[in-house]
Design a protein around this ligand. Structure first.
Ligand SMILES: [Zn+2]
Length: 141
């Protein structure tokens, strides 16, 4: 039987407060982390490489990081549009795909084509919830 309700405390990975009872425990509704599965405090969380899409005005920066929270804090931007799971090879593939609208460095013009690509990524889920889900999956693996 699955019941849902408030988690006993905020989810460690995504901060979510809703969950469902699975077996004898709780699972976060947003990212699937099993409440109470505390990774060894001395071990860092798994490294999940993401390609990020950051908007500033009508430009989008496409970059990659294994520490997106720290990385994004260091980049001037207005909005995080999307994440996709992948590292340098995926980033470079995207840079090639959108080479025609490259403005310089990792910045691209937000054209309809790029907006459509980003909308498809956003349809999968909110970027930070997706990131928490990838962390959660890596912790269980
Ligand atoms: Zn969660």
């Amino acid at each position: 039987m699955v019941t849902s309700g408030a988690l006993p405390g905020p989810c460690m990975l995504c901060g979510g407060d809703r969950g469902s009872r699975v077996g004898g425990g709780w699972e976060c509704a947003a990212c699937g982390w099993r409440y109470g599965d505390v990774p060894d405090a001395d071990l860092p969380l798994p490294r999940i490489q993401v390609v990020y899409y950051l908007r500033f005005d009508r430009r989008v920066k496409i970059g990659t990081s294994a520490r997106p929270r720290q990385r994004l804090a260091a980049i001037w931007h207005e909005e995080l549009l999307a994440f996709e799971q992948g590292g340098r090879p995926l980033e470079q593939q995207r840079h090639r795909e959108f080479a025609g609208i490259r403005e310089g460095g990792e910045w691209f013009t937000l054209t309809d084509e790029l907006a459509t690509h980003i909308a498809a990524l956003r349809a999968v889920g909110d970027p930070w919830q997706l990131y928490a889900r990838w962390l959660s999956e890596a912790l269980r693996a």
